[in-house]
Unconditional design. Structure first.
Length: 95
């Protein structure tokens, strides 16, 4: 299996009052996305995720902020995937 370099976040510099942030990231579920404004993680009442692009894996969506951003606010959408090891190895040698 090859490991590819893939973007896991997208950063926006907001315009005054901007609420819509369409992004292009591959993801399987919306609960794997974190939205930050000026470095602070937002919670679900502060934003919503809609306009999903494609089918799983999705290739993008739109973040809608409940309250418009200020000029030059940094809005970051980040995909967070937990590190897991799905392999199980057994020893052929008895210790």
């Amino acid at each position: 299996m090859g490991i590819t370099n893939e973007n896991v976040s997208q950063t926006f510099s907001a315009t005054a009052g901007q609420t819509l942030f369409p992004f292009s990231l591959n993801f399987f579920a919306t609960n794997t996305l974190i939205v930050k404004k000026n470095g602070v993680a937002l919670t679900a009442p502060d934003y919503s995720i809609g306009s999903l692009v494609g089918t799983t894996p999705y290739t993008g969506a739109t973040i809608t902020l409940t309250t418009g951003a200020n000029l030059n606010d940094s809005v970051v959408v980040e995909r967070v995937v937990p590190f897991t090891n799905d392999q199980s190895f057994s020893s052929l040698v008895s210790w």
